[in-house]
Design a binder for this molecule. Structure first.
Ligand SMILES: O=C(CO)[C@H](O)[C@H](O)COP(=O)(O)O
Length: 217
């Protein structure tokens, strides 16, 4: 069963409670929360206090994507805010092993994210220690960008490695995913799909239904 994880970067925060309800009613089980620090990426979004507020209006699984340098500093704050999984960037951690261990020790699931230009061969060492690998299909920082096909090759590589070393691994893809290209990422090995603009632009319910049809086919 594939998972849709709508990126709340594109949600209308003026009506967060109402919008979260729409997602819940449409059958969405995961919320993707993009945390940006203005340093690791050239944008600032939100942090633990906002996540804590969203936690009050939904029981969905909180898939928190940390686009911040040295995320190890904030693991307890995100646990307290209600995160279920923290995904940290390979490029943002001085000590990835220590960071993975700290997320697990705080009682959350853990993922590693990889930027489009970063190769994935080093994952061989970590793949059986994590719950998820996130392949970025845009340069992180902003929603609404165009999908980068290099992600397809990376998804195939991660899928092959996962089959050998961690068959339960969740393989997430994020950036520029639409109803028109989602089949390509599923075929390449993704089983968790993040979509922001393609979910929140226009009729959210219809967009989610269109994604769900492809994800559950
Ligand atoms: O991590 C992100 C940006 O860094 C977003 O999750 C991602 O870009 C989703 O937005 P869209 O579907 O509009 O591309």
């Amino acid at each position: 069963m594939n998972i849709l994880s709508p990126s709340l970067l594109s949600i209308d925060f003026n009506h967060i409670e109402r919008n979260a309800k729409v997602l819940d009613e449409a059958g969405v089980k995961w919320f993707h929360l993009d945390v940006m620090d203005g340093t690791f990426v050239r944008n600032i979004s939100f942090g633990p206090p906002v996540i804590k507020c969203i936690r009050k209006v939904t029981d969905s699984f909180f898939d928190v994507h940390l686009m911040i340098n040295e995320p190890i500093r904030y693991i307890d704050a995100f646990a307290d805010a209600g995160a279920d999984m923290l995904t940290v960037h390979y490029e943002a951690c001085k000590d990835l092993q220590e960071t993975i261990d700290a997320v697990k020790a705080a009682g959350m699931k853990v993922g590693i994210a990889v930027n489009p230009e970063t190769p994935v061969h080093w994952l061989e060492y970590y793949i059986n220690q994590v719950d998820m690998v996130l392949i970025m299909s845009v340069n992180p920082g902003f929603g609404g960008q165009k999908f980068m096909p290099i992600a397809l090759t990376k998804l195939q590589e991660v899928k092959a490695l996962a089959e050998e070393r961690n068959p339960e691994l969740l393989i997430e893809v994020d950036g520029g995913i639409t109803v028109d290209n989602v089949q390509d990422v599923l075929d390449a090995g993704a089983n968790v799909v993040v979509a922001g603009s393609a979910v929140f632009k226009g009729d959210k319910k219809a967009n989610i239904a269109a994604f769900m049809e492809k994800l559950n086919a």
